[in-house]
Design a protein around this ligand. Structure first.
Ligand SMILES: [Zn+2]
Length: 619
């Protein structure tokens, strides 16, 4: 029942460029609420609805009329809550120091908690009602069909739900379930004694998390080696502590899975969206089967950087350096031109969003960093936040976030509220699909080889980071969770051993492709996502799916465009694996993974062709 409010990635802190910002570059939150007092009035209405929700308690079984009336109240309250939350969180995000935004954000969080409490009886009551009774209701009143998937999803959980006493006990112990991850956060973000290092130009820096992401990418090789060795070296000092926090998380997850009658954590985690475990295992197996492509990438990187012994600390400097400038208008124009293969309706809806101020575009002091899209204000429209920095990376970010936005536009238009919201398993398909279209378009309009190299290099890095790196994390998660599920002990040193083996295989250490130093194998301790079991794999499966969708749409395969748009319009009307499969991509088969490897190979073919053209040697 948890609905995601915003989808996005928080990137490294970017420096602020002073822009002549106009009102047109800011979003118009007044589309949600014309005045702050309109927000207050709607919040009061929501609070009134909590009483109506409470009046449904114990009454869902009384009649089909009552049943339907209650479902409508639940939906209307949730729709109102989402709209209140988008306004509150985006008011806060546009300037995190303004008191009114902080106040709204806190009030919205309280409303969310009150809403969750008010309807906490619904799930157990529906499960008690049972499939037979609910099917009879659906047969008696056809208008209930819009709730079919939602109800099916709740009933499916019945087999894994304990009696009231059992669930109360689980909830009571659950109060301590976040101790491993909160201990991890405090240790890795606050308590770590960050080392100081002196760079080749004489400046001394404190190497904390944000300094690491900045300085690991510097051009001077000695500096980035120094930075990575010192940063990972510090994590290595705390290997035992990080081992204890991660082991605590894995044990908590394992007990939770078993208490809810799942054989293991992976089955429980994927069952939330009814994703077959075969999808996960196919991803790992197929990423491994295509390591040749990844190794080719590393060889190309070594060549472009001009080094013969590529190390792990050589992986972050940009593949292609460029100071080419791209304005916000360029980003909008290129994105609109790029998405033309999706048809005039898609293009017109995006243009409308650009024209009608759905986006907050430029960085400002105290604005939330990174980029995200909030699409859950069902009756209004999506909102997009980016920190546009006048470079090509910013152009790709615009295409990515607007891919999310159009997904919400199409789903909200085609689906009733009950089935509009789509899960993360599908979300990153819509965004990375538009990035694939952008690449094709910019290569067509590029005038110089410098431009082409910039576009190809950027796309290659995205595919590598989103597919292979996340698949590598997915394999580590699979191995360590399986060990703990079996009851094995697992120390920090053992985790380093497991991670190091996977890291060396992925990077071709034995073949001399990338040299993995012993200290690099502590990287697992730096990755916060391992505290969120079996989550990041969805980035890898999504970009593989969007690659195959893009192949068929761009090849003008009959019906391909329609099937893809139907997937977006389907929102959350069925289980996500099924929706993607019906649209033509089976993520439990090798095809999407072959597609993404072939895509990377084609990009590398083009980069190598340009490089050999430039050096005047035949390819
Ligand atoms: Zn995204």
């Amino acid at each position: 029942m948890h609905r995601r409010l915003a989808i996005g990635l928080v990137s490294a802190l970017s420096s602020f460029v002073v822009h002549a910002e106009s009102v047109h570059d800011r979003w118009n939150l007044a589309d949600l609420y014309a005045t702050p007092s309109a927000w207050d009035a709607d919040a009061a209405r929501l609070q009134g609805q909590f009483g109506e929700i409470a009046a449904c308690r114990g009454r869902l079984a009384s009649s089909v009329v009552r049943f339907k009336a209650c479902l409508l109240i639940f939906d209307d309250a949730r729709k109102r809550l989402e709209r209140l939350q988008v306004y509150a969180s985006e008011s806060h995000n546009q300037d995190t120091t303004v008191d009114s935004g902080i106040d709204l954000d806190q009030r919205a969080t309280v409303l969310r908690t009150q809403y969750d409490e008010a309807r906490s009886f619904v799930r157990p009551e529906l499960i008690a009602l049972g499939a037979k009774r609910i099917d009879a209701y659906l047969a008696r009143d056809r208008t209930l069909a819009v709730h079919r998937h939602e109800l099916d999803d709740v009933l499916r959980g019945g087999a894994h739900t304990l009696d009231a006493k059992g669930e109360a006990l689980v909830a009571a112990f659950g109060a301590t379930a976040d101790v491993p991850s909160s201990s991890y956060t405090i240790l890795s973000a606050a308590d770590m004694p960050w080392p100081k290092v002196t760079l080749s130009d004489g400046t001394t820096i404190t190497l904390d998390q944000s300094a690491y992401t900045k300085y690991r990418a510097v051009r001077n090789r000695d500096d980035r080696k120094l930075v990575m060795d010192a940063f990972f070296g510090q994590f290595k000092q705390f290997e035992r502590s990080f081992g204890a926090t991660l082991y605590g998380q894995l044990r908590t997850d394992s007990v939770d899975a078993k208490v809810h009658r799942y054989p293991d954590v992976v089955t429980r985690a994927l069952d939330r969206e009814a994703v077959p475990v075969a999808v996960y295992d196919t991803l790992i197996e197929q990423a491994d089967a295509h390591l040749d492509t990844l190794h080719r990438y590393f060889r190309l990187r070594a060549k472009l950087l001009g080094v013969t012994d590529l190390h792990y600390y050589d992986l972050y400097p940009p593949l292609v350096e460029s100071d080419a400038k791209y304005g916000l208008d360029d980003a909008k124009r290129l994105t609109l031109e790029a998405v033309a293969p999706l048809g005039p309706d898609y293009v017109a809806a995006m243009k409308r969003g650009f024209d009608e101020r759905w986006m907050d575009a430029y960085p400002r002091p105290h604005k939330l960093p990174g980029a995200h899209m909030a699409g859950s204000a069902y009756d209004v429209h999506p909102y997009v936040l980016v920190n546009f920095n006048d470079d090509y990376e910013s152009v790709t970010t615009v295409a990515h976030e607007w891919g999310h936005a159009l997904h919400s536009v199409l789903a909200n238009r085609a689906q009733p509220f009950a089935s509009a919201d789509y899960p993360i398993f599908i979300a990153e398909i819509a965004s990375t699909f538009d990035e694939a279209l952008l690449l094709k378009h910019v290569l067509e309009v590029a005038k110089t080889d410098d431009e082409r190299l910039l576009y190809l290099g950027s796309a290659l890095e995205t595919l590598r980071g989103t597919f292979f790196r996340q698949a590598m994390f997915a394999e580590f998660e699979r191995v360590v969770h399986a060990k703990v599920d079996r009851g094995d002990a697992l120390s920090g040193a053992a985790m380093t051993q497991i991670y190091g083996d996977i890291l060396r295989r992925y990077h071709g250490d034995a073949q001399g492709i990338v040299k993995i130093d012993d200290v690099d194998a502590i990287e697992w301790a730096y990755i916060p996502h391992f505290y969120d079991a079996f989550y990041v794999y969805q980035y890898a499966t999504s970009i593989a799916a969007s690659s195959l969708f893009a192949d068929s749409v761009l090849a003008n395969e009959p019906g391909a465009e329609e099937r893809y748009l139907d997937l977006l319009k389907a929102g959350g009307s069925d289980y996500p694996y099924e929706l993607v499969r019906k649209a033509g991509v089976d993520l439990a088969s090798p095809a999407p993974y072959r597609s993404i490897a072939a895509r990377m190979d084609r990009i590398m073919d083009e980069i190598e062709a340009i490089e050999s053209r430039r050096s005047g040697r035949p390819g």
